[in-house]
Design a protein around this ligand. Structure first.
Ligand code: GDP
Ligand code: MG
Length: 293
């Protein structure tokens, strides 16, 4: 059995979470066009007859905003240095090649695979020209041209990763997909629906905390209670919306996703709470599970 760790590395918005979802065939994580969507180093576990690959998805490499931003950036660097294979994911349609990130990728001592993603979004000639530019800068890397969104060449990537993994015993049971309590997945799904339904600036100030669950005998389904935590009263008003319409939309969408994920109908009870400036409060960051080092 080939067994090892793989890190998805690259700028925010390159498509790392989308790729992880394509690999696992499940939408387990928040994917959205906004930067800083990924807050945890979510591990996805891929297992087949020959190999087990543990994927670590890093928060995008962006300019850090405040304390939370800094923690996210450190996490990404830590994850990168402790894996067997580094997957450097880039957006083929992005004209800018980030020399700083390239330097960091080249500093990695193990094998690097350049995932040239979003090839569906860029013309063939332009795409190939830019790919050559990347190859020049990353002489050691192997390359996979990819459309994570359309699941094109995901298999090819898995095969390539396998060639670089050491022999070993399974790290996780065969049927386990994510190394993370279900609650986290529920919270991420709710947060994703918040982001999709709200305006640009607000979502980064949102944290979702699952408070408790209970089984309703009458309705014969599980009820999940969650707090949506924002930083200001004005934000609370936005999340709730006129006559509670926004919140009820978020609830409907999240209920749908979680029910699909659980393969049973569940109900959601959402409460919006204000915790002032939680993103810069070390105690709160710890309490909410964003590790502070
Ligand atoms: P991350 O920040 O690197 O995790 O990026 P996400 O996975 O959240 O993706 C950012 C955006 O790019 C989302 O809107 C995705 O739907 C989109 N995206 C990801 N992969 C592809 C792809 O292969 N083709 C296209 N056209 N869009 C993609
Ligand atoms: Mg992501």
């Amino acid at each position: 059995m080939k067994v090892g760790y793989c890190c998805l590395y690259g700028l925010a918005n390159a498509g790392k979470s989308t790729l992880l979802n394509a690999i696992l065939g499940l939408k387990i994580e928040a994917v959205s066009p906004k930067a800083q969507t990924t807050r945890y180093n979510v591990q996805g576990i891929y297992t087949d007859d020959e190999a087990q690959i543990v994927f670590i998805d890093t928060p995008g490499l962006h300019k850090p905003h405040g304390k939370l931003g800094n923690i996210l950036l450190e996490d990404a660097e830590d994850a990168k240095d402790s894996v067997d294979v580094l997957l450097y994911v880039v957006d083929a349609s992005n004209r800018q090649i980030d020399e700083n990130v390239i330097k960091k990728v080249n500093a990695f001592k193990g094998p690097v695979v350049l995932i040239y993603n979003k090839i569906d979004k860029v013309g063939f000639e332009e795409g190939q020209k830019r790919l050559e530019e990347y190859k020049k800068r990353l002489p050691q890397a192997e390359t996979v041209e990819m459309s994570a969104l359309n699941k094109v060449n995901v298999d090819q990537m898995i095969s390539l990763i396998k060639t670089h993994l050491p022999e070993g015993d399974l790290l996780y049971p065969k049927d386990q997909l994510i190394d993370r309590p279900t609650r986290f997945v529920w919270a991420e799904m709710i947060r994703e629906k918040c982001m999709l339904n709200l305006d640009e600036e607000l979502p980064h100030a949102i944290h979702v905390e699952i408070t408790h669950t209970e089984y309703d005998e009458k309705l014969q389904k599980q009820i999940i209670y969650a707090d949506i935590i924002v930083e200001k009263d004005s934000e609370k008003a936005i999340v709730i919306g006129k006559q509670g319409k926004k919140l009820s939309l978020i609830r409907k969408h999240a209920e749908h996703s979680i029910s699909n994920f659980m393969q049973e109908k569940v109900s959601l009870e959402l409460y919006v709470k204000v915790v002032e400036d939680w993103r810069n409060d070390p105690r709160k960051l710890k309490e909410y599970g964003y590790e502070d080092k």
